[in-house]
Design a protein around this ligand. Sequence first.
Ligand SMILES: Cc1ncc(COP(=O)(O)O)c(C=O)c1O
Length: 471
Amino acid sequence: MSSPPIDTTAGDNLRWQQRSLASVWHPCTQMRRAALAPPLPIARGEGPWLFDYEGRRYFDTSSSWWVNLFGHADARINAALKDQLDRLPHVMLAGCTHAPAVELAERLSALTGGALGHCFFASDGASAVEIALKMSFHHWRNVGRGAKREFVCLRQGYHGETLGALAVTDVAVFRDAYDPLLMRTHQVMSPDARQAMHGETASDVAARAAAELEALLASRHDHIAALIIEPLVQGAAGMAMHHPAYLRAVHALCERYEVHLIADEIAVGCGRTGSFFAFEQAVAPGQAALWPDFICLSKGISGGNLPLSLVLTRDAVYDAFLDDDAARGFLHSHSYTGNALACRAALAVLDRFDEDAVLSNNGLRAAELTAALAPLRDDTRIEHFRQRGMIWAFDVREAYAGARFAERFHLAGRAHELLIRPIGRSVYLVPPYVLDEPLSQWLAQRLIATLDSVLNTSTDDADRAPAPPLA
Ligand SMILES: Cc1ncc(COP(=O)(O)O)c(C=O)c1O
């Protein structure tokens, strides 16, 4: 289907929408449907707000897919970027090095107490996952255990959409079409606490999930290279949250069966769950830390300014690649690896964590928004209200949701100054770390108003109705 001709007399918003639909193939979008729910044209951003071309504002409830940690166009990060731009935007990292990459690797290593002291850079989250999978397999090969070439992942897990990352992903809508192209992997039970059966606690569900993993590792560990998980929150599953006991359990199992543990913290890292790395919550504060073998980071690390991802790993992995033979090294190469601008943005993000006591401040801000959302806890139209750190979610009961719930909610959100995209029937907030009490009150009130307007609307015409005008 080709696009309709562009109406040159239309307003600015409409013209950008039309030109976009004519030439841009949007991600995560059924383009036929996009004509009915056209992309929101955004002219500029400021803090948590996005502004369209006609000056209307929208609160960015997902921090633009978890990347804009401190909102849009943050002055301090921008200043660092402008400084770096005049010095060195980029130089290849093979055969060269530069201060932003070195300092970033050092500071991230320090955040793991030196446990994960080796940092490999890439650009997007899926690439970081590819790197961790390749490194794990190659490590075992280099130490003479090449039979360890299988990967274990969790049901409902999501790790990105390149072929390797998709092979360890279990979200049907993204995966199914490509299944014939994907390597075979083992999928084990998700510890998603929503699965609790009568009388079960979240930690019972975690124990059940760990037991299923143990059964697999006990029989197959000689062939398994690594387990990959999203610690604490499976994002694309609709913010499926689990008990931290699961992290302790899988850490112990991976150690016992000599299987690498890959923590995909692409979404949940950078303070999102309350600690800088989600995996820190495997133990109670004050106890000796437990670290996985690999941590993948991306999204928020560069504050939503430039694409950056990285994989942190420990000495034991790194050392297995040291050899005179180039082929035993980790030769994975990517043109923009360690991009100086992106690394500099990440350093500015880490500075903000230090200068503004972001983690403790977020604790206070999270309590305020949780309190403001309290009416939802008793709302019989929803279930599984949940929160961890700076992530909130609830599920609209099937009986109330109606057809195309996520799309209708998204469009209604626009009318309430919210940019919000539910996943199926799961509505979630992953706001930038710039909340204050009045803003939390406002956000909760608009969220509840959006919910009311969607659930009070007939869904009969949901398939045919065009998007309401931007207003
Ligand atoms: C847990 C997780 N892993 C990997 C990815 C892939 O990251 P990217 O979209 O940058 O490739 C995502 C993206 O949403 C994610 O949430």
